[in-house]
Design a protein around this ligand. Structure first.
Ligand SMILES: [Zn+2]
Length: 532
């Protein structure tokens, strides 16, 4: 304090005062030097506090008034942009002494105090917007994919899905959960006209700027007995770079096959897998491998990540002329080299895929099936003839993927020491051998590094098929069993074999793996069952 008070009489202090007075004169205002120059109720604005503290030269008050000891600097402009991004309209800028600004900043609630307030019901409107941002920011920081808000008569439960698993994040009052849901829908979504109604299913997309990051979320809600559920899916965190196929978990050999297919001038590359298996991420990685000299059209629902090298066309499944199929046909008229169809949902889109390949384009797309070979049967089921599918210009590379949790290596335990794994060890050992089980690790109890989940991210387990001449014969006959037998004889790696590799390397827990791809011990599946 003493330092601050004496500062005004030093040479620097006098120089500062002169500059501030100059600004005040030019803007017909006064230099603010203490609280009595302000409206008595005006205090520091919590939303801007941490940013202002970082700057140290500026303070924003609850009335949106901006105080700066360097009022002509860029910091003031940055401050205004940040306020606008938070939905706050910037007020008048005043020159103020640095000592007073520092005093104000010190009087504001620090982040810890704000956090302690979380869960309290008495809050003004912008407090809920702040709560929402805190929640989303925390989710993004922890690498969460979905935020579940379950609002019931007497409570709200907040859960987060991370690495595919749900865990409880917080329990709030019913009122706060309801307010956060309304504020998200009514104040933050793209459709400014939409109004949150917990009695009907609703969905919307929400762009949110938090701590200088552009985060995109998709909101969906359904009514439930005693309340409603809302799920916020995090589509983009504003800082992710597109991962390579190797980083996602594809083996070097598999990547080699995919690269070979993408270099071809025409044909289809299809990524299959169940919902939530990361197909879109893989598609984005493939998109990155397309030569920049190629004209690329990407039909997406919705456009999640902006890719500069592509023309990204959004789909609106509710409008007949804006579906995957119609936008795909439209893209075909635009002289493309490569077409990406975000999803083959229906017969129409499947026909677009075939037509695009046959007319000399490379097509990348996704499909819901559980195995790579099943892509063929699914397409036949969608009305594409096996003869057409076995044409050498159509199917080139078929991929299928699942996501399996990766063990947090900081708290992993050998499966031999884990009680949870004991009942299964003999069965695994019979198939995988003693050595593999000696090396295998299981998920531990969790540590601070993995937010007590025992997991650090997920890896892809994939099957990748290069469609060769022999393969086409099996496709024509729709003989997936014969085809798989042929592939295995060529040394092809199916889900199970890849899973065993990951268990051997101590990357995945055998129990997690079995949950995703079924029993490792094939005997369980093929043994004849003896009925008594
Ligand atoms: Zn851990």
């Amino acid at each position: 304090m003493a330092d601050i008070l004496t500062h005004a009489n030093t040479a620097d202090g006098k120089k500062e005062m002169a500059l501030l007075e100059q600004f005040a004169a030019a803007t017909y205002t006064n230099v603010i030097t203490n609280q009595s120059d302000l409206d008595t109720k005006d205090r520091i604005m919590d939303e801007m506090l941490s940013w202002c503290k970082e700057q140290g030269t500026i303070a924003v008050l609850k009335s949106a008034t901006i105080l700066s000891c360097d009022p002509t600097s860029r910091t003031v402009q940055n401050c205004k942009s940040l306020m606008l991004s938070k939905g706050i309209h910037p007020g008048q800028v005043y020159a103020a002494t640095r000592s007073f600004i520092l005093l104000l900043l010190a009087s504001g609630q620090d982040d810890e105090a704000v956090k302690r307030q979380k869960g309290e019901t008495s809050s003004s409107f912008s407090d809920q917007q702040r709560h929402l941002r805190d929640l989303v920011y925390e989710a993004v920081r922890q690498g969460v994919s979905d935020i579940h808000i379950q609002v019931r008569q007497s409570y709200s439960k907040i859960r987060m899905r991370q690495h595919g698993e749900l865990r409880i994040y917080a329990e709030w009052s019913e009122k706060l959960g309801r307010e956060i849901a309304s504020v998200a829908f009514n104040k933050e979504t793209d459709h400014a006209t939409s109004h949150f109604n917990p009695l009907i299913p609703q969905d919307a997309s929400m762009p949110l700027r938090v701590n200088n990051k552009d985060i995109r979320l998709r909101l969906a809600s359904v009514p439930a007995h005693g309340g409603f559920d809302m799920v916020m899916r995090i589509l983009a965190t504003g800082e992710e770079k597109i991962k390579t196929l190797e980083e996602l978990g594809y083996t070097a050999e598999q990547v080699g096959i995919i690269k070979m297919a993408i270099k071809l001038p025409f044909g289809a590359v299809i990524v299959a897998g169940p919902t939530g298996a990361g197909k879109t991420t893989t598609l984005a990685a493939c998109m990155e491998m397309v030569e920049p000299t190629q004209k690329l059209y990407s039909i997406e629902d919705p456009v999640e990540k902006v890719v500069e090298s592509a023309t990204q066309v959004p789909v609106n499944t509710e409008k007949e002329d804006r579906t995957f199929a119609s936008m795909g046909r439209a893209a075909l008229r635009m002289d493309p080299d490569v077409i990406i169809l975000g999803e083959m949902r229906d017969e129409d889109t499947a026909h677009v895929m075939v037509r695009a390949s046959i007319t000399g384009h490379l097509v990348l797309t996704t499909l819901h099936t559980n195995r790579a070979t099943a892509i063929v049967t699914r397409l036949v089921d969608m009305g594409i003839s096996p003869i057409l599918l076995s044409d050498s210009s159509v199917l080139r590379c078929l991929m299928c993927q699942r996501l399996v949790p990766k063990i947090c290596q900081h708290c992993a335990i050998p499966v031999r020491n884990s009680a949870k794994h004991q009942p299964f060890i003999a069965g695994w050992e019979a198939v995988l051998g003693q050595e593999t089980i000696d090396q295998a690790k299981g998920r531990g109890l969790g540590c601070p590094k993995c937010y007590s989940t025992g997991v650090s991210g997920r890896t892809v387990i994939a099957e990748v098929i290069w469609v060769d001449e022999e393969g086409r014969q099996f496709i024509q006959k729709c003989d997936t069993l014969g085809w798989e037998k042929y592939l295995k004889a060529q040394g092809w790696m199916d889900f199970r074999m890849r899973a065993i590799e990951l268990i051997q390397q101590g990357i995945c827990d055998p129990l997690d793996t079995e949950k995703v791809i079924g029993p490792i011990n094939m005997a369980t599946q093929s043994t004849k069952y003896k009925y008594d």
